[in-house]
Design a protein around this ligand. Structure first.
Ligand SMILES: *[C@@H]1O[C@H](CO)[C@@H](O)[C@H](O)[C@H]1NC(C)=O
Ligand SMILES: *[C@@H]1O[C@H](CO)[C@@H](O)[C@H](O)[C@H]1NC(C)=O
Ligand SMILES: *[C@@H]1O[C@H](CO)[C@@H](O)[C@H](O)[C@H]1NC(C)=O
Ligand SMILES: *[C@@H]1O[C@H](CO)[C@@H](O)[C@H](O)[C@H]1NC(C)=O
Ligand SMILES: *[C@@H]1O[C@H](CO)[C@@H](O)[C@H](O)[C@H]1NC(C)=O
Ligand SMILES: *[C@@H]1O[C@H](CO)[C@@H](O)[C@H](O)[C@H]1NC(C)=O
Ligand SMILES: *[C@@H]1O[C@H](CO)[C@@H](O)[C@H](O)[C@H]1NC(C)=O
Ligand SMILES: *[C@@H]1O[C@H](CO)[C@@H](O)[C@H](O)[C@H]1NC(C)=O
Length: 270
């Protein structure tokens, strides 16, 4: 009995040491919230996350520049940050799957210089406390669909060959290969898209503008450039008008709901 227990302890100890070495080198272990991800430590990282998916400080996932090929990180529901960057734009990650990710609670989601990325899936991602910053310039066709994404506090910044914005119900064109979809977005400070493709910026801007803060032209409160979309098909800079600005124009209807909320509050106060 005693021998068996000792054996078990040794096995557990050995497992921990392995995870330690292979996770982030010599100084960290599964309890560390910084997770560097490389092709050689990926199994250890995934087992750390699987065994402890919800640590007190959510993981910061750093995909190392040298990463090659596809990457799937299941089990992680809350992350502090996801980061993969290279100024030279020579990154070799080809796909990134985050099937369980629901929220990013610190600085945001950054992919910079990933010119081989053709798939990015985060179907349950609902909230990003920081920004969503993706630079995929020079990359292949990609569908950027964030079907559950509601809130991106510090803004959405995308550069790449994004060819079109697809309205879900407007799927007649068979040539659709590049797209961006943010069907659930209802709150973000700014949206800026710089596309070298033929994205329909008018349609795209119209679809996201109501998620941005209102701009009051009279007192200058807010920003009048909260939505920027540049592509071969159009350059659009726009904003959501505030109640004051809209009361003089036809945009009033779109703000009636907001207006009635304000009136409701006023009458409560009175
Ligand atoms: C882990 O580190 C220890 C000592 O630093 C070393 O002896 C061992 O070979 C390493 N294991 C792995 C899997 O790298
Ligand atoms: C960990 O490894 C790095 C180099 O990879 C070295 O500079 C550092 O001193 C090592 N730290 C410890 C505690 O061994
Ligand atoms: C990506 O792959 C290419 C070709 O294999 C290589 O030259 C380049 O250094 C790789 N990029 C990185 C960041 O490792
Ligand atoms: C996208 O391109 C614009 C214009 O070149 C630049 O100002 C912006 O910083 C770029 N954003 C990203 C996320 O690369
Ligand atoms: C993008 O999504 C559309 C519709 O879901 C699909 O037909 C198309 O093949 C996808 N393109 C890529 C590059 O994945
Ligand atoms: C966004 O919409 C979702 C679902 O409709 C709702 O639960 C959430 O509170 C909304 N967020 C904001 C900031 O309005
Ligand atoms: C934003 O406001 C500035 C200063 O009030 C004005 O010069 C500029 O033309 C406005 N831009 C847009 C897109 O409305
Ligand atoms: C949008 O502006 C860019 C330069 O900022 C220009 O290259 C492009 O042709 C413009 N697109 C349209 C449709 O005017």
């Amino acid at each position: 009995m005693r021998v068996l227990l000792r054996l078990a302890a040794v096995v557990i100890g050995a497992t921990l040491v392995n995870a330690q070495n292979s996770t982030t080198g010599n100084t960290t272990d599964c309890a560390n919230y910084d997770m560097d991800i490389s092709n050689s430590n990926i199994d250890a990282v995934l087992s750390c996350i699987k065994n402890n998916p919800d640590p007190p400080i959510p993981y910061y996932l750093y995909i190392l520049r040298s990463y090659q090929g596809a990457l799937a990180v299941p089990s992680i529901v809350t992350a502090s940050q996801i980061d993969y960057e290279d100024s030279a734009g020579l990154l070799n990650l080809t796909s990134l799957d985050l099937p369980d990710l629901e929220q990013i609670v610190a600085t945001g989601f950054f992919i910079y210089g990933a010119a081989k990325l053709s798939e990015l899936n985060a179907p349950k991602l609902r909230t990003i406390r920081g920004s969503l910053t993706l630079n995929l310039v020079g990359g292949p066709a990609i569908n950027l669909s964030f079907p559950s994404l509601e809130v991106v506090e510090s803004g959405i910044y995308l550069n790449g060959t994004i060819d079109r914005y697809e309205l879900r119900f407007l799927q007649t064109d068979t040539a659709k290969r590049f797209s961006i979809e943010l069907p659930a977005l209802n709150s973000t400070s700014a949206v800026q898209i710089f596309s070298t493709g033929k994205l329909d910026c008018n349609a795209f801007a119209a679809s996201v503008v109501n998620a941005t803060p209102a701009y009051n032209a009279e007192d200058g409160i807010g920003s009048n450039t909260s939505v920027i979309c540049n592509s071969k098909k159009g350059n659009v800079t726009t904003f959501r008008p505030s109640i004051v600005a809209s009361s003089r124009g036809s945009k009033m209807v779109s703000n009636l709901l907001l207006w009635s909320v304000v009136v409701g509050c006023l009458s409560l106060v009175a």
